[in-house]
Design a protein. Structure first.
Length: 232
């Protein structure tokens, strides 16, 4: 598995097709050493080749760049993905990151991992929320202080899932500067695993078009329907 991830046989064209990076930006990153790849200096007269692991890392970095977040975070996430994949642990599809930018407040970027378990190395590093990010309220990300005792602006009833905001507490805390802050949601697991599947498809042939993928889904659904009818 490690050898498959680290074998360098993908061209720059493959990288650009899978990551949708701008060619000039990829070249700039290579020249500046923005991210460490398997082959840093291919040598004069020889074209650079990329490994699957390189493409995953560049895919993560591209999406961090799209968000306008410091590229240092992209390098950090790329390194985390590399360690998980090389170790054989893999990355859960459902892993998401909540990223809170603090560029104008002289504070570090705050990252929280959302996943099905709090035992992941990423949870241990960033701190985590157990659950499915796709089913959580937006307030869970923009109001991280809601579970912090005194800063809790919501009412709570034992055994009830509903926790409406208490207007008086919200007003009082807002006057003291405690209120919702923006957060970016980053689909870490989707990017890593989706990129790996694109790479696998590329190895088989050319990347399938969207209409071909939809046709394959429809065919699979029709086959399962026929099988269910035959069994009944």
């Amino acid at each position: 598995m490690i050898q498959v991830l680290t074998e360098q046989h993908f061209t720059q064209g493959d990288v650009l097709e899978i990551t949708r990076l701008k060619k000039e930006l990829l070249q700039t990153w290579m020249n500046r050493g923005v991210i460490v790849l398997g082959e840093q200096n291919p040598g004069s007269g020889r074209r650079r080749l990329y490994a699957a692991l390189d493409i995953v890392k560049l895919g993560l970095l591209r999406r961090v760049a799209d968000l306008g977040v410091e590229l240092g975070l992209g390098r950090e996430l790329a390194d985390e993905a590399e360690q998980l994949l090389i170790s054989g642990r893999g990355v859960e599809w459902e892993y998401h990151l909540s990223i809170r930018k603090k560029e104008a407040t002289h504070e570090d970027v705050k990252i929280t991992m959302i996943g099905s378990s709090n035992m992941s190395p990423l949870n241990l590093k960033y701190g985590g929320i157990i659950g499915d990010a796709r089913e959580m309220l937006v307030a869970r990300f923009t109001e991280p202080f809601e579970g912090m005792g005194f800063f809790n602006r919501r009412t709570s009833t034992w055994g009830s899932e509903e926790r409406p905001i208490d207007p008086e507490r919200r007003t009082a805390l807002a006057r003291a500067g405690v209120y919702a802050e923006p957060a970016l949601i980053f689909p870490f697991g989707e990017v890593v695993n989706g990129t790996l599947l694109q790479i696998a498809a590329k190895c088989q042939d050319t990347l399938p078009a969207l209409d071909a993928a939809l046709t394959r889904i429809a065919a699979g659904k029709a086959q399962r329907t026929r099988m269910a009818k035959d069994e009944s």
